[in-house]
Design a protein around this ligand. Structure first.
Ligand SMILES: Cc1cc2nc3c(=O)[nH]c(=O)nc-3n(C[C@H](O)[C@H](O)[C@H](O)COP(=O)(O)OP(=O)(O)OC[C@H]3O[C@@H](n4cnc5c(N)ncnc54)[C@H](O)[C@@H]3O)c2cc1C
Length: 370
């Protein structure tokens, strides 16, 4: 437990916006661009050439080697609004690159521009193999996502409405259980897309969580991504966009026999939700400290898991030949991050899974509404 000494700095000092902006749109050092080069193809683009089209599913990651790449937002009816221009050594992209979402923006060359182009698969390979580059790119993507959310009108629904008729619906569209990297990413995406979202376990990873302390002490840890203030900002953004956050609460029981699903909190309260994302991570065993178990005992055997309690998803989930990606043996209950069997136990992979799973939740909710 972290205890602040008398006179210590407040837990939430005001953010240094200039520094955050520089980290959201950093210039890559020459040496790191050289590390990235084998993963991509160098290309030239004439002025006006479109590199990425808003709405298309084909996406790529670009590092500007020389010239200017402009990012534009589609305002409908053919109107475009310029958001920013990437210059030499900067890079395009956002967390959406790790999901199957269509491109949110258009990117085009402003002048004769030289670029390094990486496919989605190549970017994933780079992130897993090149840690210094991964730190810079993933931190920038997270900060860009947070900035993007801030620009949207409060509660703006992209895909679904948060209210049904005149009344607020007491049943949540989605309950996200666990406030680590995977759960925070899921809650931020879901709330920004208009799903009525509850995050249980917010703040747990923002300073006091044992897992975070362990992570901070681990050699080579991606501290920039895991540090409390960034996660707390992600949590704050989830709240601003309508997510209900229950900090420092845990879920103690799940009932899969009824629909909407029911989960009970450790203070006895009951939550009803049409879908669930389980992002409760793993922890060392109580008795020996060596074995590692997923934090899924509260699911009480309702989901198919492996020996460590990690939740089987997709085709690996028992009796679920039709299961969607991230979907467990229970329709509408999804698992992401370390608690998911077969996941890459990595902060970056957890963030990507949290973001990607929301897309699948939309599909489930849309299908079950008909
Ligand atoms: C010692 C150690 C070192 C590591 N080093 C690295 C590294 O260098 N780089 C790297 O990328 N990864 C590293 N990892 C792995 C990384 O920590 C995980 O892959 C990542 O944190 C998983 O994210 P997550 O959101 O799935 O789970 P977590 O980060 O574990 O978050 C789960 C959250 O859910 C909460 N929770 C648990 N049970 C409940 C419940 N019943 N109700 C509500 N909330 C609950 C937890 O308190 C926690 O806040 C390390 C892990 C360990 C243990």
């Amino acid at each position: 437990m972290r205890v602040l000494a008398a006179g210590a700095a407040p837990v939430n000092p005001p953010p240094d916006l200039a520094a955050l902006h520089a980290q959201a749109f950093p210039m890559l050092p020459r040496a790191l661009i050289e590390r990235a080069a084998p993963y991509g193809e160098e290309m030239s683009a004439e002025p006006g050439r479109v590199l990425l089209n808003s709405g298309d599913r084909e996406a790529a990651f670009y590092i500007v080697l020389q010239g200017y790449a402009e990012v534009l937002e589609d305002w409908g009816g053919g109107a475009m609004r310029s958001l920013l221009v990437h210059r030499d050594s900067e890079f395009t992209g956002s967390l959406d690159l790790f999901t199957d979402r269509p491109n949110a923006v258009t990117v085009r060359a402003n002048t004769a521009t030289r670029l390094l182009r990486l496919s989605r698969a190549a970017l994933e390979a780079l992130i897993l193999a090149e840690r210094p580059l991964a730190e810079i790119i993933l931190r920038a993507f997270m900060l860009r996502r947070i900035g993007y959310l801030r620009r949207r009108p409060y509660g703006g629904a992209i895909l679904r409405s948060v209210t049904r008729g005149a009344q607020e619906d007491p049943v949540m569209d989605l309950a996200v259980i666990g406030g680590g990297p995977a759960g925070l990413a899921a809650a931020a995406y879901a709330a920004s897309e208009g799903l009525q979202t509850l995050l249980v376990g917010g703040s747990l990873s923002c300073g006091d969580a044992p897992g975070l302390d362990m992570l901070k002490g681990f050699p080579g840890t991606i501290t920039g991504l895991c540090e409390g203030p960034l996660l707390r900002r992600a949590e704050d953004q989830s709240k601003r966009f309508g997510a209900h956050v229950l900090p420092l609460r845990t879920v103690s029981r799940f009932d899969g026999a009824c629909y909407p699903y029911r989960v009970w909190l450790d203070d006895g309260r009951l939550v009803e939700a049409r879908s669930l994302i389980v992002a409760t991570g793993m922890q060392e065993g109580d008795s020996d400290g060596v074995t590692v178990q997923a934090n899924t005992a509260w699911l009480d055997g309702w989901l198919d898991t492996d020996d460590q309690g990690c939740i089987h998803t997709g085709r690996a989930a028992a009796g679920s030949m039709q299961a969607r990606d991230y979907e467990s043996s229970q329709p509408g209950v999804f698992a992401v991050g370390a608690a998911r069997a077969g996941s890459v136990k990595h902060v970056l992979a957890s963030i990507a899974e949290g973001a990607a799973a929301v897309r699948v939740v939309h599909r489930f909710l849309d299908a079950s509404a008909h």
